[in-house]
Design a protein around this ligand. Sequence first.
Ligand SMILES: [Zn+2]
Length: 386
Amino acid sequence: MKTLGTKRIDVKKHNRGQIMKLIATGICSNRSELVAHMGMTKMAITNMVAELTEKGLITEGETDPISGAGRNPITLRISDKAPKTVGILILRDRCEAVLCDFYLNVLERKTVFLHQPDKKQLISVIYSLAEAMMSGEESILGIGISCIGPIDFDRGMILDPPYFYGIHDIPVVGLLEDRYGLPVFMDHDNQSGALAELLYGNGRRRDSFMLLGIDRGVGCGIVKNGALYLDSRKMAPEIGHVSIDHKGKRCVCGSRGCMELYVNSACITERLRRITGEQREFREFCQMKERECTSEIFEDMVEKMASALVSTINLLNLELILLGYDGVYLPEKYVRRLEDEINEYKFTKERYRTQVNKAYFGEDSQLLGAVCNVLCQVYEGKLLMD
Ligand SMILES: [Zn+2]
């Protein structure tokens, strides 16, 4: 059991973390805004800012010119000397890595495509990416992992993702912690992406939304009541396996008619190739001038997505759907149609409108989400705030 003293220290760390978050995510830029936002006294904020400045995390910038009459407040910034974070995204076809600052600016980036790797080769790709990001950087905060599931959070392990070259049980968190002596945090790719959108993207100031990742499979990350939605077993929500046809095709999960069987970008691309006779990628078909034959396929895709989304929105009452991965290429006309379909059929249509937009970070939400898996530990006062 925690003593009162420990709790007080935890609250203090949490408050310092919140100051870092409010400055890094652009919600506050000076002491008065921090006072107003955090509902604390000017003295308390001034003291905490002084402590963070002392630690080299915050620095004073120029005077804020837009604050009107009277003495203009001094702008606060995250220091250029604050540590940087490595983020690694592990997918079926590739591993990607970035090095970011607290503003989520990408300072370094590297991608390695996977060609039928075995477990040892996959681990060595992950090491090589981590090392490429860290080389030449003095101060590293930690390593964030964003990856396809299922994941065992307690053991920091990627379990047995379907269609993953037979690779399973990779203790990726422990391996990286042991090798580099840095804190490592992992989450599912779309949950990580939703976190990036919540903190820095189109989910900022939103109470509830879904990041819908349309790729070779279809996954999602969900934010509810302003925080990532996660059950006590830490299982990710699986919208791809919401059935839209109980007599439909058999899915790898054992159920029938799962949405991802019909809507994944590989299957849509295959249909578009067949009907046009052109060997293009999903993105290219989306960018082409519209043709009747391709419209039918996009319309069918939107109808099937809407079906699974309406069921999910009826359960969770989400105010926003953000399209991620290949979904960011969907022509705007179909994004609007998806929004209209959802709002025509959802139960709460008279009460509020659910919006559909594209992810702020485009295809990169899940990659930048890896970095956010570490940064959110700072913002919750669990890392760097001692
Ligand atoms: Zn399924």
